[in-house]
Design a protein around this ligand. Structure first.
Ligand code: PMT
Length: 225
């Protein structure tokens, strides 16, 4: 990397999708590949940061020089993030965290019974980790970044989500066939609480990562000695 502007900084990045189990063999999941979060972690490390990457489901190899903490469910991801964030200058929530989980986990595999309809699956809410991190700032001056994956009214929903979640920056990406979930490329608008909106043109997920760290770096406060 040309710049070492994150030298001496500790950052936490989440990536990939969570899996919410129904029984020992089935889960509710999503199409996140982890590519965007892994690109963010790799670029931060290249710019000098000490990086903890909290990884939901993904097939990707660990980025060089990054501490990887694998997790399964949203609740496990929450535990891992809260632990790592205590000493972090910035936390970037690129993971696709499940909003809901099955209300009941069946310890035995759910059986198909002749002549009977299946039981409906009841869902309950998972904790909103981004909102909690933003409200409770585990370290003074910590910069919190959220993502918003939207399909309709992308910018309007993104602006509302920035206000609702209370984070400092929100990367709004539109879900599409060749961008966001699973793709190698992405396109976004990065919203800041000061009202600035930075468009990121369609391109490699690494380019979005560079632009995001460009916006995070000047917002970092001095680390107390
Ligand atoms: O992994 P890839 O295939 O590379 O795809 C990248 C991506 C599309 C998954 C990524 O760019 C992205 O948009 N990640 C966020 C996906 C998402 O869950 O968006 P959301 O709008 O549902 O959630 C908003 C924010 O709240 C996110 O920062 C999310 O991490 C966080 N969240 C959501 C739910 C929850 N219970 N707790 C959370 O902290």
């Amino acid at each position: 990397a040309l710049t070492q502007d994150l030298a001496g900084r500790r950052v936490v990045v989440t990536a990939g999708g969570t899996r919410e189990p129904l029984d020992p063999v089935r889960y509710l999941g999503n199409r996140s590949s982890g590519k965007q979060g892994y690109a963010l972690a790799a670029i931060a490390a290249a710019r000098g940061a000490r990086v903890t990457l909290i990884a939901g489901n993904t097939e990707l190899p660990d980025p060089a020089g990054v501490d990887v903490v694998p997790v399964g469910t949203a609740r496990q991801l929450r535990e891992a993030v809260l632990k790592a964030a205590v000493d972090a200058d910035a936390v970037v929530m690129a993971a696709a965290v499940a909003d809901f989980r099955p209300a009941v986990y069946m310890t035995g595999k759910i059986k198909k019974i002749d002549g009977e309809e299946p039981e409906p699956v009841t869902l309950v809410r998972n904790p909103d980790i981004l909102a909690e991190l933003s409200a409770d700032r585990l370290r003074p001056g910590q910069v919190i970044v959220g993502f918003a994956a939207e399909t309709d009214d992308v910018l309007a929903n993104g602006r509302a989500k920035l206000a609702r979640k209370g984070c400092d920056l929100l990367v709004v990406n539109e879900v599409g066939e060749h961008k966001a979930f699973g793709a190698d490329r992405n396109e976004a608008v990065i919203l800041a609480t000061d009202g600035t909106e930075t468009p990121v043109p369609f391109g490699p997920k690494e380019a979005l990562a560079e632009t995001l760290w460009d916006l995070v770096a000047p917002r970092l406060t001095d680390r107390p000695a």
